[in-house]
Each structure stands twice: as structure tokens, then as C-alpha cells.
Design a protein around this ligand. Sequence first.
Ligand SMILES: [Fe+2]
Ligand SMILES: [Fe+2]
Length: 330
Amino acid sequence: MDITDHPAPAPGTPPGPYDPEAAFEDTIARDQRIEPRDWMPDAYRATLVRQIAQHAHSEIIGMQPEGEWITKAPSLRRKAILFAKVQDEAGHGLYLYSAAETLGADRADLTRRLIDGRQKYSSIFNYPTRTFADVGVIGWFVDGAAICNQVPLCRTSYGPYGRAMVRVCKEESFHQRQGYELLLTMMRGTDEQRAMVQDAVDRWWWPSLMMFGPPDADSPNSARSMAWRIKRHSNDQLRQRFVDMTVPQAEKLGVTLPDPELRWNGERGHHDFGTPDWEELKRVVSGDGPCNAERIARRRAAHEEGAWVREAAASYAAEQAVRTRDGVTA
Ligand SMILES: [Fe+2]
Ligand SMILES: [Fe+2]
């Protein structure tokens, strides 16, 4: 937007009282960033804390389904790639918890809410990883879906969230490619390997479409998030983008996406596709997916086992603060 859209007040106009709400609306309307120091409506802050926390939890819980395969990877090269990928996801979780902290959220409280089931994470991580082909399909579909979701978030209205997304997206792109490259390799292998890839595709396709959330008509908070420019596209728009991006990749790979209704629609300029099982999504989101209990139990155990590290770090920081106050040099 051009600066002349906001002409300076006429000379001699007395300054009006500062209106923080008007300043917020104006910042959003000009497509500028809201920063932690800025006034923001309570509902904007609460929406962001909920979304960023859910995103952070997804990154951390998302380490589990693939992490299981680090010790079982078929070669040193595959192990190193998978290790790097899973570590990246830990880093994504940390950037995002830091972004939530800039809104006044407390990291320990967010973790407690996850473990107690009061905050959610992506439904996709409640499905099991049965074979090594699942590692490839997760990279291709799940990280591919994450790219569709997260690239527009680089321009989200809240500054720290958008800046965190820039780096996250670069790493997601590596994740997607490593998955697709693994699948290309398996498809050049034996009949058994090709069957493993197709089986993983069959199991992950529909849950991946569900990652974008319920259809727009059932997503009441979306419109407000879009008005605040937290979100830039609706769930259905992002899902369509993912389908259009993935179909040619499936053809190149030589696998069949398990949807008899999937076909190109020349009029719309997009692929038509079938309807995901929304009842399944509701069940998985409400805690009744194949691995929900296992994922949370594992997260809780890791949190409890890590207590001594947090205590040691806090006690060291307190000691350093006293030394600094007393002018003691290490
Ligand atoms: Fe990630
Ligand atoms: Fe990723």
C-alpha cells in the first residue's frame, strides 16, 4: 500500500488521543506486522497462543512416529538423514515455544496443557509408522502438507511467528525432498519394496488431507483468523493446493493415490477429489486415534525424565545471577 493512502493530518490539527485499537486495525489493514510490544486485542493474543502452541506441540510430538525408525534405518546414510530431520523438528518446536513466550505464554504451562490433554497437536501424528516406507511417505505427504500450510504463515500478521516460519519452511523443504527421494529409490528396487510404498501411500493419503482441518463450513474460527491475517488461505484452499501439487508427483513416482474420484477438472483448473472421513478426524482429534494415548504417554515420560536437566539449568542460572549481583567473576 502506498504511503499516500495515509495522508498526514492538515497543519495545525491538534493530535487526537492515541487509540490503540485503531492503531492495531490500521497495522493489519496496511499488511504490517504486529510486534510483542504492540497493543493487541485479547482474542487476537489468545488465538495466536492457541495456534502457535498447537503448532509447537505438533513439531515435538511429530518426532515420535519417525524417531522410532532411527535405530532401524537400513543404512548409515538413511540414518543420518532421518536423524537430521527429526532433530530439525525439535528445533521447530523450540522456535515456536519461543514465539508463544513473546505473547506472555509460559513454556512449562504449555507443556503441562499438552500432557494433560488440554491443548491439541496435529491429528496426523496419531497414526502408526509400520514400515520404513512410512518414513518416505511422511516426508512426501506430511512435510509437503506442512509446506502448503506454513509458506503463507511466513507472512502472518504476528511478527515473531512469521519470522520463525521462514527458517522452518526451508527445513520442511529438505524434509519433503528426503522423503520423496527415499520413495524414488524404493520404487527402483524390488516388487516387495514397491508394494511397501503403495501400502504406505494408501494408509497416509486420507489422514494427510485431514491435516488441513475440517471443511471451511465447519471451521468457525477461520474467518476471524483470516480477517486478522493470521491465516491467509482457508482449510479447503490449502487442501486443494496440496492435492494439485501431489498428483503429478504421484504419477512420476508410479504410485496410485487411493481415491477413485480423483481427476483433473479443466473447468476449475484443479483436481476434483473425494471427501475425507470427517468422523474419523473428529475421533482422532478428540483423543481416540490409533496412537493418541501412546504419544502422550511417551511425551509425559520424556518430560518427567528431563526434570533433573531443567532443575540443574534453573539452579545454575540462579547461581550465576547471584555471582553477577555480587560482582564475582567466574
Ligand atoms: Fe517441522
Ligand atoms: Fe518437517
